[in-house]
Write a protein that binds this ligand. Structure first.
Ligand code: URA
Length: 199
């Protein structure tokens, strides 16, 4: 039996699937792609938020299942976690053409879904991956200082959600680290910051 949170998430996922007003909707249907809503434990303490689905993700309708996903899985393993232990999603729920950066209007359109996912799951820790997710989450929780990912990656930023205090731990995006061993090393160090929150 799905629990209440799972039911609410499924209703939201359905709304994303039917989001015909999205500028990415036609690209999705023309390419036989799926919307990528998010997946994982609806009771998760940790929520990881990426930017937007890539090709593999859009083909499978699941977040972080391509090369960036492999990097993410390896990082989680370092702190004894599997994907199923956390909740994984993106700001933008459809693949932008040619993996271009999400546009301001796209982020605006999909953001309410992410905000509701956070309200339903009520994670204690949010780890935005990369600049776009970090900027969105810091703004969402009224954190205005130090917005550069190069300054705040791997640090714990306390913030207040409607349901209680949360920790925001910005991380570099795993896709950026795929061909960059130095960044991979930084990510391996930064992910250890999350270990204190693993129950
Ligand atoms: N990059 C992202 O930001 N999200 C995914 O789901 C995959 C790659």
């Amino acid at each position: 039996m799905p629990n209440d949170r799972e039911v609410q998430l499924e209703i939201l996922a359905d709304a994303v699937r039917q989001l015909e007003e999205s500028p990415l909707y036609t690209y999705r249907t023309e390419n036989n792609y799926a919307a990528v809503f998010g997946e994982g434990d609806s009771q998760a303490r940790i929520m990881v938020i990426g930017e937007a689905p890539g090709e593999q993700e859009a083909k499978q309708g699941r977040p972080f299942v391509g090369s960036a996903g492999k990097v993410l899985n390896d990082l989680l393993e370092l702190i004894g976690l599997q994907r199923e232990d956390i909740y994984i999603t993106n700001i933008v729920k459809d693949r932008p053409p040619d993996n271009r950066n999400p546009r301001v209007g796209e982020i605006k359109l999909y953001a309410p879904f992410l905000v509701q996912q956070i309200e339903i799951i009520q994670p204690k820790v949010i780890a935005p991956l990369g600049r776009f997710a970090m900027e969105f989450i810091l703004k969402q929780f009224d954190v205005f200082e130090k917005q550069k990912i190069s300054q705040v990656h791997g640090t714990v930023i306390k913030a207040q959600a409607a349901y209680g205090e949360i920790a925001i731990v910005p991380l570099y995006h795993p896709a950026a680290a795929f061909y960059n061993p130095t960044l991979q090393e930084t990510l391996r160090e930064d992910i250890l910051t999350l270990r204190q929150f693993v129950a």
